[in-house]
Design a protein. Structure first.
Length: 284
């Protein structure tokens, strides 16, 4: 199957070929009469779409697995969908990080970062909690409410087990895991302080935080419906080389419904691919 990046490469090659072919056509009578004008027209560069050129540049920076995940399709359609997603950022609060902020082993936040207006996540009629010190950024809180109402309608009450974590909390947690399992193994399942999605206040760990949670009634429901309410699985199975972390069936990040659809349509439903692309697009 052709990928979008191959489509762009072929389109560029086709434009070059068309330009050469145009130069090879017999001169018109008008061109014969005005050789200077004809020469100027022949030397004029072919018109290109700067956004498609940018798309080609950005795609070239993506990992081979990301490129392979992008299906064949129209660059114009991709760009239209991309701008729909990016337009949503205008509704995000301007005094905090974007919901699409890339945070991973290579991209971090400082020890002083804390999301604005964190909202406490307590036991209520919509969900249960495993601890009394949980909180989320307002957008994620609203997303959790929507997800939980839908789950309740299907007879399932969600269990929220972990949410926002401060830099200091993550530092203590990571050091504890290193002491227990060694640094190499701890790196595979725990984030160093400043690199955790939890510090953004937009991530939730559901249920038992164990591998078998995904096979429970709650886990299966969340897997099937999370994206409909803006929640995306962060660390899917078989992508440790991409995300930097082992599979976590319980860890979901709130990115919004539109971004979830974009992720599924163009990036093989892999959150890391989409967030890396958006980061690279905005930096280009």
């Amino acid at each position: 199957m052709k990928t979008l990046s191959k489509t762009l490469a072929l389109s560029a090659a086709a434009c070059t070929l068309l330009a050469v072919s145009a130069c090879a056509k017999p001169k018109s009578k008008a061109a014969q009469q005005e050789p200077a004008a004809a020469a100027a027209n022949a030397a004029a560069p072919a018109q290109t779409n700067p956004e498609i050129e940018k798309l080609g540049r950005v795609l070239q920076t993506m990992s081979p697995r990301c490129k392979a995940a992008i299906p064949n399709g129209s660059p114009e359609e991709f760009l239209s969908d991309l701008h729909t997603v990016l337009a949503e950022q205008e509704s995000f609060r301007s005094d905090d990080l974007s919901l699409f902020y890339l945070i991973d082993k290579k991209h971090n936040v400082g020890s002083g970062y804390e999301p604005k207006d964190l909202m406490p996540v307590k036991n209520n009629n919509l969900w249960n909690v495993s601890r009394n010190d949980l909180s989320l950024r307002p957008e994620a809180y609203a997303g959790l409410e929507a997800l939980s109402r839908a789950a309740l309608a299907d007879g399932i009450k969600l269990m929220v087990s972990s949410t926002y974590r401060s830099y200091a909390y993550q530092e203590r947690l990571f050091n504890r895991y290193v002491a227990a399992d060694g640094e190499e193994l701890a790196e595979r399942y725990s984030a160093r302080p400043g690199t955790s999605q939890h510090q953004l206040g937009v991530a939730v760990d559901f249920g038992s935080i164990t591998d078998d949670w995904g096979d429970t009634k709650m886990g299966r429901w969340v897997y099937e419906h999370a994206a409909d309410y803006g929640w995306s699985l962060s660390f899917p199975q078989g992508y440790e080389d991409i995300t930097g972390y082992m599979w976590e069936c319980w860890h979901f990040r709130y990115i919004g419904v539109t971004a979830c659809r974009f992720q599924k349509k163009w990036f093989g439903d892999i959150q890391q691919f989409m967030l890396e692309f958006i980061d690279a697009w905005e930096k280009d």
